[in-house]
Write a protein that binds this ligand. Structure first.
Ligand code: ATP
Ligand code: MG
Length: 259
């Protein structure tokens, strides 16, 4: 299932503004890759380019290639809806569909993609997805209650269950813990460790301890000034980035000497 992602000469514009310049990167399957860097350096922009979510922003344009196991996602023949099924996404604010029950939330993607699935099969997907999100035991007796009746940490795990129900190959997470308390954060971090057995995981985080705890590879992005494009300064094993970075800009950032 899990796929390799290769970024080649990625340049991303919002209208005339070049937001991200010349990113090259290889993201390995069955691993966790963290994106770190100061606000506005383009982490979310790059992340959203990995499943063509960026296109829903008017004026946003991606040049270069995003290869998912050697298939360019931006190839004319590639269907963006299919891409978003292969590459799932979890956002900063848990966003369960408010009018849907817990069950309906998990199965929302399945309903769209595979309407004829038998009831028993749907129940299997429901249980498997909630178990893999470490949420099953907490919700199994109230699956028909609204998703919005859960706590924030539970809602985020519900969103992860919803993202994995369609069995994507890649899971993108944009600051998935920043709205959560430390206990829920640790629960999500444990979950990320389990998810990488099956998926390629890319996570944006402002929490450097979190990047160090959960990821194998880290990309440090920065901007050299207002109006300048964000760029990738250094991409390496997480341990190297945090203990022995090659670039001074990386060292300044991880030691808190930035800005
Ligand atoms: N929809 C948009 N339209 C125009 N410009 C945008 C849009 N989204 C982001 N930008 C600009 O692109 C640049 C990169 O933004 P992005 O959100 O990717 O940064 P980030 O690294 O995720 O920051 P943060 O850590 O604050 O989330 C910024 O200058 C931002 O203002
Ligand atoms: Mg962001």
């Amino acid at each position: 299932m899990a796929k390799r992602i290769e970024l080649k000469k990625l340049n991303i514009h919002y209208g005339d503004f070049l937001a991200v310049k010349d990113v090259d990167m290889m993201i390995e399957p069955r691993s966790v890759t963290a994106f770190i860097g100061p606000s506005g350096c383009g982490k979310s922009t790059v992340l959203r380019s990995l499943n063509r979510m960026l296109e829903v922003t008017p004026g946003a344009r991606v040049d270069g290639e995003v290869l998912l196991d050697n298939v360019n996602l931006y190839d004319k023949a590639v269907d963006p809806v299919r891409v978003r099924r292969q590459v799932g996404m979890v956002f900063q604010q848990p966003n369960p569909f408010p009018t849907m029950s817990i069950r309906e939330n998990v199965l929302a993607g399945i309903q769209l993609n595979n309407k004829r699935m038998a009831h028993s099969e749907k129940e299997e997907v429901l249980e498997r997805s909630l178990r893999s999100a470490n949420l099953w035991n907490e919700v199994k007796d109230r699956l028909d209650r609204p998703g919005s009746s859960l706590s924030g940490g539970q809602q985020q795990r519900l969103c992860i269950a919803r993202a994995t129900a369609v069995q994507p190959e890649v899971l993108l997470m944009d600051e998935p813990c920043s709205a959560l308390d430390p206990i829920s954060t640790l629960a999500i971090e444990d979950l990320i460790q389990e998810l990488k057995e099956d998926y390629t995981v890319v996570i944006v985080t402002h929490n450097m301890q979190q990047a160090a705890r959960v990821s194998e590879k880290t990309g440090f992005f920065t901007i050299n000034g207002t109006g300048m494009p964000g760029h990738l300064v250094e991409f390496d094993n997480t341990e190297t980035i945090f203990s022995n970075p090659k670039e001074k800009q990386t060292e300044d950032y991880i030691t808190g000497r930035f800005g």
